[in-house]
Ligand binder design. Structure first.
Ligand code: ADP
Ligand code: MG
Length: 169
C-alpha cells in the first residue's frame, strides 16, 4: 500500500453507539472530512499504527476502516481503538494518528465471542509489529509533537488543522 505510513488528524465525534465500549474495545470515530481524504489505495480492513489524543502521549492503536451504515454503506468510516486505558472519554478532542500497516480485511463473525477474539488478535499483532525498528521510529515523528490544542482547532477564526490532511508534513 503505497500511501502508508499515512498521517491524519481530526476531532473525535460520536459514533453509532454500537456499544464497542461495552465490549471493552471503544473506538474513536473521525468525521467525514478526514474519511473523505483517505487515499484510494487505503481500502477497508484493519490497520495498526500510533495515536495521540490532544497533546498527550503516543500509544499504539488498531483502526478499522469499514463501510458506514449511516450512509447506506457508500461511505467509509474510520474507527480507532487506542491501546491504552483512559480515565475519561475524549469526544471533541483532536486525535492524531499514523496508520503504519495493514493487518487483515474486514470479516463478519458468527458470534460476539469470535469478534472479540479477532480484535484481541489484532491488538496483539499491532503491539508486536510496532516494536519493529521502522514502525517504532514513527512514534517519535514531529507530527505528534505538533498536535494542535483542541481550542485552537475548534476556533472558527483559525484554519482548522483538524480537517487538513497532513501527509507529507
Ligand atoms: P461511539 O459509538 O460514540 O464511537 P464507543 O463505544 O465506540 O462509542 O466509544 C468510543 C469513545 O470512547 C471514544 O470517542 C472516546 O471518547 C472513548 N474512549 C475511551 N477510551 C478509548 C480508547 N482506548 N480508544 C478509543 N476510544 C476511547
Ligand atoms: Mg466507536
Amino acid at each position: 500500500m503505497k500511501s502508508l505510513p499515512y498521517f491524519c488528524r481530526g476531532e473525535v465525534i460520536r459514533g453509532f453507539g454500537r456499544g464497542s465500549k461495552e465490549l471493552g474495545i471503544p473506538t474513536a470515530n473521525f468525521p467525514d472530512s478526514v474519511v473523505d481524504n483517505l487515499p484510494a489505495d487505503i481500502g477497508t480492513g484493519i490497520y495498526y499504527g500510533w495515536a495521540c489524543v490532544g497533546n498527550g502521549d503516543v500509544y499504539k492503536m488498531v483502526m478499522s476502516i469499514g463501510w458506514n451504515p449511516y450512509y447506506k454503506n457508500i461511505k467509509k468510516s474510520m474507527e480507532t481503538h487506542v491501546i491504552h486505558t483512559f480515565k475519561e472519554d475524549f469526544y471533541g478532542e483532536i486525535l492524531s494518528v499514523v496508520m503504519v500497516g495493514y493487518i487483515r480485511p474486514e470479516r463478519s463473525y458468527s458470534s460476539l465471542e469470535a469478534l472479540i477474539a479477532a480484535i484481541n488478535n489484532d491488538i496483539e499483532e499491532a503491539k508486536a509489529q510496532l516494536e519493529l525498528p521502522e514502525p517504532l521510529k514513527l512514534r517519535d515523528d514531529n507530527f505528534f509533537t505538533s498536535a494542535p490544542s483542541p481550542s485552537a482547532a475548534l476556533t472558527p477564526s483559525s484554519p482548522s488543522t483538524s480537517q487538513t490532511i497532513l501527509n507529507g508534513h
